[in-house]
Each structure stands twice: as C-alpha cells, then as structure tokens.
Design a protein around this ligand. Structure first.
Ligand code: SAM
Length: 218
C-alpha cells in the first residue's frame, strides 16, 4: 500500500467529501478504501486526489470525487442491492459501488476504456461482485433486470423508458439530465409502480451516446 496516496486519500475525503456534506458513513468508508490513483492515467496520478474530473482518454473523464460520493449517497445502498452502472469509464465509480452493494453490473461503450477498467477491477483489485459489459448502456441489461439501483454516469437529455422499466419496486435511479453542456442531477424512485422525480442540483457530465441517447458526432 502506498503511504503517500493513502494520506492524500484521507485528506481528499476530509476536505471534499465530509466537509462538503456527505454523511453516509458507508460511502465515506468506501471512498477511503478505493485507490483512486489506479484509475487515472499515470501522467495524472499526482492529481488523482484533487476534487476535479480528469481525462481518461477517448475524450472521456473520471468524475470528480465529490460527485461520485454524492451520486452514491443518493443510491442509499445497504449492501444487498444489485446495481446497474451505465458508463464504466475508468471503473472508479464501479469500484466504489462494489464496496457498498451485493453485485454491480457496469456497461461501457468504448472498447479501450472497457478493457482498461476490466483489467483494474477484475485482475488488479480482483472484485468478485462486478460484471463488466461492453455495449450500449442506453438499452440497460434486460436479461439481468430488474435492478435495485441504476446509476447513469453520462449526461442524458431524457431518461430512457427502457431503463426505468428495468428499475425494481422501491428502486432508485440517478442520472444527470439536461443538455450536452449542463445537467441537473435527477433522482428517480419507483414507488407503488409510480416514478417519483427529485432534482438534486447542477452537474456537468460527458454525453450519453447510444440508441436512446445522443447520436455520435463524426
Ligand atoms: N463512471 C466513470 C468513472 O468512474 O470513471 C465516469 C464515466 S464518464 C463521465 C462517462 C462514460 O460513459 C464514458 O466512459 C463514456 O464512454 C460512457 N458512455 C457514454 N455513453 C454510453 C453508453 N450508451 N453506454 C455505455 N457507456 C457510455
């Protein structure tokens, strides 16, 4: 274990997670545990514990630690849930989820990122409760539905019905909803078959691209 990264992680959690209002003890524990430096490119390792997104290649980003903690807190995980993540990216959010849920299914559409994340999650850290999938996450994973929680870590103009259809009763879906440049963090809960929507403030994510997302730009 690298002592320097460990103390940087603790500082990041104190200054950017706890001080900014994250209160879920399990989320805080997970953020203290997952080695974020493994999920960023070597050139950015020094910046791994700053509270900002970082490039991960292919025009994509690893989200800022506070946003990862906030979205995770909104999922209200107790440890028994099956979670679907759309947008594996670096794999960091999937690792945080794996610390807190029973099983995590994570989908990435870009092969290079999928392979890189898979290597870190399954071979390096060796999570046993993560399933990595290469494909279009806007379709969800109907064969494995319903999910207790769904987290979309890319910006969507709307919430595809195909995804809410895969949300279990009492399930929670978290998604950045808006245009390509700015979004509102949106929390959707399925209760008695109804979908209840709550806005949780502004955020900025890269676009969700796929059949029920934005079209790919050439
Ligand atoms: N959760 C990631 C992490 O911890 O590093 C950050 C995700 S990054 C902000 C958004 C990711 O969503 C990108 O890797 C992008 O390729 C992916 N993405 C966009 N549209 C997608 C889709 N339809 N299906 C799966 N992944 C998608």
């Amino acid at each position: 274990m690298n002592q320097r990264f460990e103390s940087e992680r603790k500082k990041m959690v104190d200054e950017h997670i706890i001080r900014r209002g994250i209160t879920d003890e399990r989320v805080i524990e997970a953020m203290l545990k997952v080695p974020r430096e493994l999920f960023v490119e070597e050139a950015f390792q020094e910046k791994a514990y700053g509270d900002h997104p970082l490039p991960i290649g292919c025009g994509q980003t690893i989200s800022q630690p506070f946003m990862v903690a906030l979205m995770t807190q909104y999922l209200k995980l107790s440890g028994t849930e099956r979670v679907l993540e759309i947008g594996t990216g670096s794999g960091y959010q999937a690792a945080v989820l794996a610390e807190l849920a029973q099983k995590v299914y994570t989908i990435e559409r870009i092969k290079i990122l999928f392979e890189k994340a898979q290597k870190i999650l399954l071979e390096k850290i060796r999570y046993k409760n993560i399933i990595t999938v290469l494909g279009d996450g806007t379709l969800g994973l109907p064969n494995f539905a319903p999910f207790d929680r769904i987290i979309v870590t890319a910006a969507s103009s709307d919430v595809p019905k195909i995804l809410t259809d895969q949300l279990a009763e009492n399930g929670i879906l978290v998604v950045p909803k808006g245009d390509k440049f700015i979004q509102t963090l949106t929390i959707i809960t399925r209760r008695d078959g109804e979908l209840i929507t709550q806005d949780a403030g502004g955020c900025v994510f890269v676009p969700l691209i796929g059949k029920y997302g934005w079209k790919e730009e050439n």
